[in-house]
Each structure stands twice: as structure tokens, then as C-alpha cells.
Design a protein around this ligand. Structure first.
Ligand code: GLU
Length: 394
């Protein structure tokens, strides 16, 4: 009998988390590594959220919470959906989980059967494909490139759909490209999905507030799709709360119920203190976190300018999230400082080895010509990282 299951053996390691672990390991060995691999704000969680957590500890919030989250939190999430997204959800349509990653895994587990197909507009976040695999579905990438700002077209979507298509994972603003779809672009894709009533839409909006231009749209705002859209969000990115692990969905009630059943057998409710803190985060005016968004935007511009000073990087200007996704294919086939660069993984490893800068290969995101640079690091670190990269490539 095999020691490990086929399930775990079929699962790749998360390359974002692996690169972060590698960075920690090298730093522990005394190496001066600049980590631009992890999508994690370098800010502290705002004080008003920390105070709510301390208050919750003092108020003895220490018991199991309802599996789908505290009622007060679910009500706060409904208020947030209404205020920020013009979406009407009631608390019985909400499920709170241990991070948006668990929210997504719940949805995949309850909707997918073996043989179902999941569509992944590429580039896509590393765990989408792994979660689809875990749910025994197959996935199909819909490619895009820097020339189209990493967005797919309605024609591509139409061409990718088959009778087996059950779910599409959609993410705007996008990790890893930073691409943000406009209302019109959503509506054009919706026209295609309207023709295929059996397809569900998982709309991952975790980066909604890291948005530099125009409004952020949502699939669930399109009335014809509301009943088959699962809106995913969380507090990690907007409120600098990555380690607090709170994600949530707004979904048709029957899907929310199924996710609660799934979660009830795997982990029960999310952390009680983090849930109380999340109420404070979501009830606060968005202006309270604007300083972080402004800072991210300024860093984006700095990094784009510095990258454009280096021959070989093809860049665009993403409208959201805190990633740049330059095309580095012009380096493929070259040997630099005795390192043969055949692909984006070689290039990312080269940057780690020679410049001591950690990035993530585009291969992990279904975009083999690119690397992901997270600019959720301090300006000083970003400037130093880019100076190092420039030096090793000159
Ligand atoms: N979502 C973040 C990233 O892409 C955190 C790491 C992860 O969960 O993949 O870097």
C-alpha cells in the first residue's frame, strides 16, 4: 500500500509560500535577501482593529463560534457588501472562513465533481489550479499576455467553454498581474456566461480596495448572474491582516449551506478573536485604509520606472493589487554570470542567487514568460532590490 495518498501526491506545493519559506531560510542563514515574493502588505494592522481584538480577548470571546461565523460579523459583511459593492446579501448567504483560501476551497469542494471542468483566465493565483485538482476536477487555462494587460476577451471565454464547464475562477484586481476589469469588460464576459446557465462564477475580490483607478465591479451586480455567483473576499490584503486569517463568501443560500457543512467537518468556525476584529475592520470607513493604497500606488510607479531602466523587462501599468508581472522572455536562451536562463523559473532563481531578490516565477501562475514582483515592501527595499537586479543584469 502506498504511504501517501494519490490526492496529496497530485498536488503541487504552493510556489508563493515555498518562495517565502526559502526567503526565510536564507535570511536565517544570514543572507541579505529582499523578499518580493509574498503578497503581503508590510504595514501593521491598524490600531483600531488591534484594539477590537484586545477588547474581544478581555470580553472572553474564547469559545467555538458558529461554523459559518458570528451573526454580528455576518451582518457587518452584509453591510460591507451593500456599501462597497452594491450587493444585497442576507446573513444566511454568508460563510466566514479561515482566510479566503479556505473560502475558495469550500466552494470548489461543494460544487465540483470528478470530470467537471474549471476555467482559469491566466495568469491566475497559484492555488486555483491546485484547489481544482484537489476537488478532482480538471482545469483549462485561458491565456492572456502583457499586450492585452493580461485580460481575456469574451471570444476567448466562449471558445473555452465545453459541456463539462462547471465553474470559472475570476479574480479582479488580479493576482499576479494587477489587471482590473472595467464594468464594460465584466458585462461583455457576462453576455457569454448568460448563454451558459450551468456555469458558476467564483468572483475573487480580495484585492478590491487595492484599486488605483475607477470603481471596482462585481459579477454578482449583474442580475442575471447573481444566483450563480459566489463573491469571495477577506480582510488580509486591504487591512494588513494576512496572519489573522479571515475570509468570507456571499453566495446563494444553498451554496452557503453546503460550504458550512463542509467547513463543519474540516475546521469548524474561524478564530473567534480575529472574527471580532474583522467586525471593526469592515465597519470602519474605507478612508481609514487609504494611506496604504496611496503608498502602494506610489511604489508601483517607482518600481515600473526602475524596471523600465533595465533592458529586457517588458512592463505594463496595472490598475490594482500590489504586483507587477513583467515579461522577461527576452532573457530566455541567454547565459548571465554563468547561469543559463531557459525559462522564467531559471530567471527567478538567478535573481535569488545573484541579486538576493526573491520573486515568483510566472510558471506558477500559468504565464511562463513572466515573473511576479510584489511591491508590498518598503520603498527603500524596493529601490535596493531594483538596484541589485540592474547590477546583476548589466
Ligand atoms: N495570496 C498571497 C500571494 O499570492 C499569499 C500567499 C498565498 O497564499 O499564495 O502571495
Amino acid at each position: 500500500m502506498k504511504l501517501l495518498s494519490d490526492r496529496i501526491n497530485s498536488l503541487p506545493v504552493s510556489q508563493t509560500l515555498e518562495m517565502a519559506a526559502k526567503t526565510r531560510e536564507l535570511k536565517a542563514q544570514g543572507k541579505d535577501i529582499i523578499g518580493l515574493s509574498l503578497g503581503e502588505p508590510d504595514f501593521n494592522t491598524p490600531d483600531f482593529i488591534k484594539e477590537a481584538a484586545i477588547q474581544a480577548i478581555n470580553d472572553n470571546y474564547n469559545s467555538y463560534t458558529p461554523v459559518d461565523g458570528y451573526q454580528e460579523l455576518k451582518e457587518a459583511i452584509c453591510r460591507k457588501f451593500k456599501r462597497d459593492n452594491q450587493l444585497n446579501y442576507s446573513p444566511n448567504q454568508i460563510v466566514v472562513s479561515t482566510g479566503a483560501k479556505q473560502s475558495i476551497a469550500n466552494v470548489a469542494m461543494v460544487l465540483l465533481n470528478p470530470g467537471d471542468e474549471v476555467l482559469l483566465p491566466a495568469p491566475y493565483w497559484v492555488s486555483y489550479s491546485a484547489i481544482a485538482t484537489l476537488a478532482e476536477a480538471t482545469y483549462k487555462e485561458i491565456p492572456s499576455s502583457i499586450e492585452t494587460d493580461f485580460k481575456i476577451t469574451p471570444e476567448q471565454l466562449e471558445a473555452a467553454i465545453t459541456p463539462k464547464t462547471k465553474l470559472i475562477f475570476f479574480n479582479s484586481p488580479n493576482n499576479p498581474s494587477g489587471a482590473k476589469y472595467s464594468k464594460e469588460e465584466y458585462e461583455a464576459l457576462a453576455k457569454v456566461l448568460e448563454k451558459h446557465p450551468d456555469i458558476f462564477i467564483l468572483s475573487d475580490e480580495i484585492y478590491e480596495h487595492i484599486n488605483y483607478e475607477g470603481e471596482n465591479y462585481s459579477f454578482a451586480r449583474i442580475a442575471s448572474l447573481y444566483d450563480r455567483t459566489i463573491t469571495v473576499n477577506g480582510v488580509a490584503k486591504a487591512f494588513a491582516m494576512t496572519g489573522w486569517r479571515i475570509g468570507y463568501i456571499g453566495a446563494p443560500e444553498w451554496i452557503a449551506k453546503a460550504c458550512t457543512k463542509m467547513q463543519g467537518q474540516i475546521t469548524s468556525g474561524a478564530n473567534c478573536i480575529a472574527q471580532r476584529a474583522t467586525i471593526a475592520a469592515l465597519d470602519a470607513p474605507i478612508s481609514k485604509i487609504q494611506y496604504m493604497v496611496d503608498e502602494f500606488k506610489s511604489r508601483r510607479d517607482i518600481v515600473i520606472n526602475l524596471l523600465n531602466e533595465i533592458d529586457g523587462f517588458k512592463t505594463n501599468t496595472p490598475n490594482g493589487a500590489f504586483y507587477l508581472f513583467p515579461d522577461v522572455s527576452s532573457f530566455f536562451g541567454k547565459t548571465i554570470k554563468e547561469n543559463k536562463i531557459n525559462n522564467a523559473s531559471d530567471f527567478a532563481l538567478f535573481l535569488l542567487k545573484e541579486a538576493h531578490v526573491a520573486t515568483v516565477t510566472g510558471d506558477a501562475f500559468g504565464a511562463p514568460n513572466c515573473i511576479r514582483i510584489s511591491y508590498a515592501a518598503s520603498e527603500a527595499q524596493l529601490r535596493e532590490a531594483l538596484a541589485r537586479i540592474k547590477k546583476v543584469l548589466s
